[in-house]
Design a protein around this ligand. Structure first.
Ligand code: HEC
Length: 107
């Protein structure tokens, strides 16, 4: 089925681009980290991600606008598909991850 394999390719491309451009701040799985002011990206619908990114980029030249300006449009579309494909984690898993992060920073 051509449509499915196009989507898979976009997700695969996006997974790589996400690690390259976004994971440094947003974490490997796009999970929230309130301690660092990081909102959750995993599970975002494509339209919502695009809307939020253009809202962020409309602000004073910030990190997101600079990233988006450098980025191949197919990478951006792939990132959107990749994030939409990630299931939002259960709240208990988010709390575990945050506790782990805080421990690592304390050391
Ligand atoms: C240098 C750190 C950093 C990088 C790199 C980064 N972000 Fe962010 N992002 C943040 C922070 C911090 C916020 C919270 C809002 C703010 O402070 O601008 C945010 C907010 C967002 C939001 C808004 C979510 C919401 O719920 O409002 C989206 C969408 C987003 N980032 C997507 C991305 C994507 C996609 C990439 C990679 C292309 C990326 N970000 C790269 C730090 C980063």
């Amino acid at each position: 089925m051509a449509a499915a394999s196009d989507a898979d390719q976009s997700i695969a491309r996006g997974a790589i681009a996400y690690v390259f451009y976004c994971a440094e701040c947003h974490g490997a799985n796009g999970q929230a980290n309130p301690a660092k002011g990081i909102p959750q990206l995993a599970g975002l619908r494509v339209a919502d991600l695009m809307r939020q990114l253009s809202a962020l980029s409309a602000k004073a030249p910030d990190r997101h606008a600079q990233l988006l300006a450098r980025m191949d449009q197919r990478d951006l579309a792939g990132i959107a598909d990749y994030l939409a494909s990630l299931a939002p984690p259960p709240a208990s898993a988010i709390q575990r991850e945050q506790r782990g992060d805080q421990k690592m920073r304390a050391n």
